[in-house]
Write a protein that binds this ligand. Structure first.
Ligand code: UD1
Length: 416
């Protein structure tokens, strides 16, 4: 935990341009596939985030050499080690993404179990089951997962996920890319970050079809060719700044964004009376005086993203009337509620639903960021609140928002 905190003087409309960075949830699996290449691989539009740097450290520990400069990562070499260091895995759940590529290239992997996290238990049983379907053997002992690939290569098979999982779908794609024969994934996740991973692998010579649908078919290939690939824009960062425009009654242009990846989110935002104009890769978001209360429920893509639930709730705190926010992906994703309540928000939790009674104005308070997206919801709430707020423990925010202080400062936020 860091003692970093942000002091925000709220109640000021924010105006200006925000250039959206590369997507955190894309770059993490894309860094993992550097383990699959024989020689080199280059990524562009890489956001400089705490999680990006952790993932780079992890693949460095596995033997890949990297150079990270100006939003570019050059990768060289093949994995030399099979053991993921515990001190890195314990800091980032997404570390589990190295498992499939490591098995594919080295036929062996030793990974400490990532365990639970702030927003719920988050098991990895679907990852393990998918790898077993493709020929891996796994053993759990003393908090470590040991996995082997006795046949030396994954073998194509059918995988049916009981529930949509982004990470497990990525795991299956990464394993099947270099497998012998054909793999068919049913109930696959359709998130844009899955499509990004598949597009990058296809550019390098993989044969993956059905990306963005619930059935993905992969014909294994023997190796990947060196490529340079650019990461898609971060839709969650774009959505977060759209909320900031609405909640502060300002006007923000989201540059370099991918609005088609946020269709349902923008539809809901428009219903709240926030003005949203979409022009190719730019979205103009303008807060208009009265905010309407709108119900949402989170769902896998293309539904409303769970990663924007907390930020949307902040907007509902100042809406006209009552809204119901239902979290259907994670079992414990209302950690921001007690913090928003410190700012005088009126929210009642009933199971996986939060019932928000909108008030005219929130009041500045000292609050604690508990997880990545909750941090942004508290910053959005503080920017709109009356008086001064202190958002403590910014380490979470730094995991997923590139240059957030500079971006907020550039649109006129009064922050220290
Ligand atoms: C990814 C995103 C995260 C986002 C989430 C849902 C990354 C790095 N993170 O997380 O920001 O909030 O998708 O959109 O891309 N589950 C199991 N067993 C498993 C795997 C998942 O039960 O083996 C459950 C989870 O507990 C959860 C649900 O499936 O309830 C969906 O989780 P999943 O889509 O896997 O989330 P992540 O990939 O971890």
């Amino acid at each position: 935990m860091s003692n970093d905190r942000l002091i925000i003087q709220g109640g000021k409309p924010l105006f200006g341009d925000v250039k959206i960075s590369g997507a955190k949830n894309s770059v993490l699996p894309l860094i993992s596939i550097s383990l699959l290449f024989d020689k080199s691989f280059t990524l562009k539009n890489v956001p400089d985030l705490a999680d990006t740097r952790l993932m780079i450290k992890l693949i460095n520990a596995l033997g890949i050499m990297t150079k990270f400069y100006d939003g570019t990562i050059d990768f060289h070499g093949e994995p030399q080690n099979i053991e993921a260091p515990k001190e890195l895995v314990s800091k980032m759940r997404a570390s589990i993404l190295v498992l499939a590529p490591l098995l594919s290239k080295r036929h062996n992997a030793l990974i400490p179990m990532p365990g639970g996290c702030e927003i719920g238990e988050r098991p990895i049983n679907y990852h393990i089951d998918a790898l077993k379907q493709l020929g891996a053997e796994t053993f759990l002992k003393n908090g470590f997962l040991r996995a082997t690939l006795p046949q030396g290569r994954f073998t194509g098979n059918e995988i049916k996920f009981p529930k949509v999982s982004v990470g497990a779908t990525e795991c299956a794609i990464m394993a099947a890319a270099l497998a012998i024969g054909k793999t068919k994934i049913y109930n696959a996740a359709k998130e844009p970050e899955i499509v990004d991973l598949g597009n990058c692998l296809n550019l390098a010579g993989a044969n993956i079809k059905g990306l963005g649908t619930s059935i993905i078919e992969i014909e294994g290939v023997s190796n990947l060719n060196p490529v340079t690939y650019s990461v898609i824009p971060d839709r969650i960062e774009a959505g977060s700044f759209a909320i900031i425009a609405g909640i502060t009654k300002g006007e923000i242009n989201l540059l370099n964004s991918n609005p088609k990846d946020l269709k349902v989110f923008f539809e809901k935002l428009k219903k709240t009376n926030v003005n949203v104009e979409i022009y190719n890769n730019t979205v103009k978001v303008k807060g208009i005086s009265e905010i309407n209360a709108v119900n949402i429920h989170t769902e896998p893509h293309p539904g409303f993203p769970t990663d924007l639930q907390a930020q949307f709730m902040s907007l509902m705190c100042i809406a006209n009337g009552k809204s119901i926010i239902e979290e259907k992906i994670f079992e414990n994703r209302f950690m921001h509620v007690p913090e928003l309540s410190k700012m005088k928000a009126s929210i009642k939790i009933d199971g996986n639903k939060a019932i928000v009674n909108g008030l005219n104005q929130l009041k500045g308070a000292s609050v604690k960021a508990t997880d990545l997206r909750a941090s942004m919801s508290l910053i959005a709430a503080s920017l709109s609140a009356n008086g001064e707020s202190i958002v403590n423990d910014l380490s979470h925010l730094k995991r997923g928002y590139e240059n957030f202080e500079e971006k907020l400062f550039n649109i006129g936020a009064n922050i220290r």
